[in-house]
Design a binder for this molecule. Sequence first.
Ligand SMILES: [Zn+2]
Length: 209
Amino acid sequence: MPDSIQSQSPAPCTSASIDRLRRSGRVSWARWCPSPNFGPRPENADISLLVVHNISLPPGQFGGDAIERFFCNSLDACEHPYFETIAGMKVSAHALVRRDGTVVQFVSFLDRAWHAGRSCFQGEDECNDFSIGIELEGADDIPYTPEQYQSLAALSALAMSAWPRITRDRITGHCDIAPGRKTDPGPAFDWAHYHQQLLALGADAGEPG
Ligand SMILES: [Zn+2]
């Protein structure tokens, strides 16, 4: 299946990969692991925000496939005491960047993933309607890996090319759109370093589109 092609390092932002993303919502170099937890975006929704999250299952432990099973509603609650508390939740993100930088995609960027919950960005509620949610495998206080910054920047640059309303000013953390409720991606996420990586990819537009 052409949709399942995966490679170790993100492909550059070619016009073919931008076109493909705009048309199919799929990132050509991501592993496709479809989640049932999504719906259509509202008719007039303009994809115009990127939300950075973190997740690790169990919290603070990396590796394994628990995140994938969680987003696909097949997490075994008996496997870990923490899983009992979340096993019934139906959530997703568009993509997950693993510690080694590999990207797993769960929901087409054209669809509405269930990642932000109750949220508000600059007066606009329901961020799931108009945002792309990217999870980093990680925890608030554990440094992210260089490979994760690289892949996140590549994913962001691709999304910014496909939907130019996503400018640098419209890339935010879950903590910023759900303050008091969410803390991810946490103080460990180095926004300045991430912005440098975007700059290196030529995706540094800071003005709202
Ligand atoms: Zn989050």
